[in-house]
Design a protein around this ligand. Sequence first.
Ligand code: UD1
Ligand code: CA
Length: 458
Amino acid sequence: MPDSTTVAVILAAGKGTRMHSDKPKVLQTLLGETMLRSVATAAQTVCAQVLTVVGHGHDLVRKAHPDLAEGFVLQAEQMGTGHALQTAWERVRQSGASHCLVLNGDTPLVPPEALEDLLDAVREGSDVAFLSAVLPSSGAFGRVVRGPGGDVLSIVEAKDYDPATHGPDTGEVNTGLFCLRVAPVDNILFDLSSANKSGEFYITDLVGLAVASGLRVHAQRREGAHELMGINSPLELAHAEEHMRAGIVLAHMAAGVLIHQHHGVVIGPRVSLEPGAELTGPCRILGASHIERGASVGAFTQIVDSRVSAGAEVREHCHLENATLAADVIAGPYARLRPGAVLHQGARVGNFVEMKKAVLGPGAKASHLTYLGDCEVGAGANIGAGTITCNYDGVNKHTTQIGAGAFIGSNTALVAPVTVGEKALVGAGSVITKDVPEGGLAIARSKQTNLERRGRKP
Ligand code: UD1
Ligand code: CA
């Protein structure tokens, strides 16, 4: 249960220079989810309130996360992680929370149970607690310095670390995850100094300050903590994404999802798959997609925010986004189902068929080379190859209604707004601009004339 006595602060204002991208670092994605989304989701599992410090590209970050925007705090100039927390501190005070969990926006793999563990440490009496990890090499991470008795004395950033002063490097580093008791930290947070090699206010200096003012400091060491280390470069992003991908795919297979060529299968963290669903890689299933038992997804297919029901078959090379496929639908190969595509039970779309805001009734078929946009097709209707709904007049979009059991001949243009009645027949090659009555036959093409070919002897 999210806890109302703890407020989370996500530090997400940095540019992420080492990423070599114009995009703010927290907008980089892993399995289709932004880093910030993943961190916020973890934070929301333990805290009722989440604040996010934004700065570099904050308008883009806001646009991508409208649901988090109420908790955004602007750090106009990025003067370090300590300064970022100072910027959010007034909101922390106002929240009335007694504890503050601080997360780096570049740690998308942070497991919620690590946050819980740290919170427990603080509930047990620490004023400043942080998660540390022991790595084979300390790299560019902040190093944990302990006294002769093993007590934590400070965190020293890599640039400022000097073995002569701070002792030999032990490999114990700061993960960047802190939990602070608000009342005592209130007295020291604004004492941070920027007198260091980067000229920044480091949150890590809080540890030394806390020790100096007699507060209780606790470093919780965590095994396997590479998941908690921040993502700073394209290579680290790739490693983290692959780690996440393999874990998710493995978990689905263990739960009973049948996955062929699993090395090439990408499944987002919010996707739900029922045991008995079948996937063939390479394929990507992202967003809030749901795939039921007995449904199958072919290779080279991408499915985003879509629902595929039992017994439905999405064949190779399909693209689905915000589409809904009822039971026993067959799509593809090479179908493109854009937002608002709804296929009722047993409907079929074949190769090079595009649907947008279009409904295919039960058993209706559009088997080849067709565009259905802003359109409703009744049960059992048959849409011939090359049919196009001309839904856009250059200014507005208009709808097309096709009744149940209607038959649209090949290469028909349906100029919307237009209605074809139930069981009506439209001749191939027609340009339909007027409604066709129920059971009627419409032919709208010029008649063929056969003439004698000049210059040729019979
Ligand atoms: C930080 C820690 C380091 C730790 C490492 C773990 C500091 C000074 N160092 O280093 O001890 O080992 O994380 O991954 O905290 N940010 C802001 N505003 C700023 C600067 C940064 O919001 O002014 C945000 C960034 O967007 C990022 C997070 O803070 O999400 C951490 O900043 P980053 O520059 O990645 O810190 P590291 O050098 O990795
Ligand atoms: Ca980092």
